[in-house]
Design a protein around this ligand. Sequence first.
Ligand SMILES: [Zn+2]
Length: 139
Amino acid sequence: MDTVSPDVRSRTMRAVKGKNTTLEMKFRQALWSAGVRGWRLHINSLPGKPDLVFSAARVVVFIDSCFWHGCPAHLRMPSSNLNYWEAKIARNRKRDKVVTKELKTQGWTVLRFWEHNIRENLEKCVFKVNRIVTKQVSR
Ligand SMILES: [Zn+2]
């Protein structure tokens, strides 16, 4: 398994701390530029506290950190406390599944983007949200 130095790891973790990450703001700006409107942020009453909530369209969006959510392409385990991190990330992934299922049961369409999708294919992600939200609002 790949590992990273404690230095890289702490940088990674700092980067994903807190809800208003640069990446999330970049995504919101891109959505806005594309004419997407009507979202609210981090609604506490919803399972998993989705990053964006389009109430009218019944669409929720999550931006999943490659590290915390265990992206298969980019997960690099810290070299120390391996067991701890493996267990933690496994728990996060399990919780993501439960949250997604619960939201779907409540009638929400759940869109999950990996951090790397936003970084590498921002326009594609924006297009997808736009298409689904527009379709469901005009339903
Ligand atoms: Zn990734």
